[in-house]
Design a protein around this ligand. Structure first.
Ligand SMILES: [Zn+2]
Length: 263
């Protein structure tokens, strides 16, 4: 039996994609978990930042930490609001400089449709795996988060920037040529930022440990159910996928204390 606080699964993409589910002092590897009967039991909450047992508000944080922590500020979701390059503090200027003032990638990815996004260069391909992208390509490399955000604001006029989780889980192939789409995207970059366009990037394909095709995935609400069990058949994005097509989103349940039993 394992017990711990849920947090985003780490991944390693080498020959194949491997997930690591961390619970307490244990690291469970996807190859070991898949095809096993798993039972999850909801025990309570533990804020990822302060370990408070208050109910999780958002992104694994209690309400207080969500509104105070530098890692949940609005510029995280909206990079164009970044201000560290101006030496202006939002919540914690040291943190903001460390995160914002480093190379950022503007990319196109295919989850269930083509979408535009921004991430730190050091976060690739992790960011693509977390969103369940089938493939993705770098469009431009910007020297900081703010400039990447300016590009994204323009590109959002032509591409989606959100993923429909149900459609993402159902999709198992891309019909879009992303290298062609990258050429289109170049046209939409702000003219003074076109010099950051990446002309040599190639499409990265990502294969998930999931053989079955899903028709009607349904989301598991562990807080309501208190416990559930099922045979794990695969993982995509941050979703554990069970034989009866129910899916458990580890990301949106960060900060929940659970017990896990394997059979
Ligand atoms: Zn907290």
């Amino acid at each position: 039996m394992f017990k711990g606080v849920l947090s985003k699964m780490r991944t390693e993409l080498d020959q194949s994609l491997i997930y690591f589910l961390e619970l307490g002092d244990d690291f469970l590897i996807s190859d070991y978990l898949i095809n096993k009967e798993i039972r999850f039991k909801f025990l309570g909450f533990s804020c990822l930042k302060c370990s408070s047992e208050e109910e999780i508000f958002r992104q694994g944080h209690c309400k207080k930490c969500f509104f105070e922590s530098p890692s949940t500020a609005e510029w995280v979701i909206r990079p164009e609001l970044s201000k560290a390059h101006l030496n202006i503090q939002d919540r914690d200027i040291d943190y903001e400089k460390r995160i914002q003032l480093q190379p950022h990638i503007l990319y196109l990815s295919f989850t269930d449709d083509v979408k535009i996004g921004v991430t730190r260069k050091s976060q690739l391909p992790t960011r693509w795996i977390d969103q369940g992208a089938i493939n993705a390509i770098e469009v431009a490399e910007l020297p900081n988060r703010y400039l990447a955000g300016l590009c994204e604001v323009e590109l959002k006029k032509y591409y989606k920037d959100k993923t429909n989780w149900r459609a993402m889980l159902k999709a198992n192939k891309s019909e879009i040529d992303l290298s062609q789409e990258k050429l289109n995207a170049k046209k939409y970059l702000p003219s003074d930022l076109k010099k950051y366009y990446n002309s040599t990037s190639l499409v990265k394909e990502i294969a998930y440990p999931l053989e079955n095709k899903l028709d009607s995935p349904k989301s598991i609400n562990i807080k309501k159910l208190k416990d559930f069990k099922g045979k794990l058949i695969g993982i995509k994005g941050q979703y554990l996928i069970f034989e009866d097509q129910s899916v458990f989103n580890i990301r949106s349940n960060e900060g929940l204390v659970v017990e896990m039993e394997l059979n």
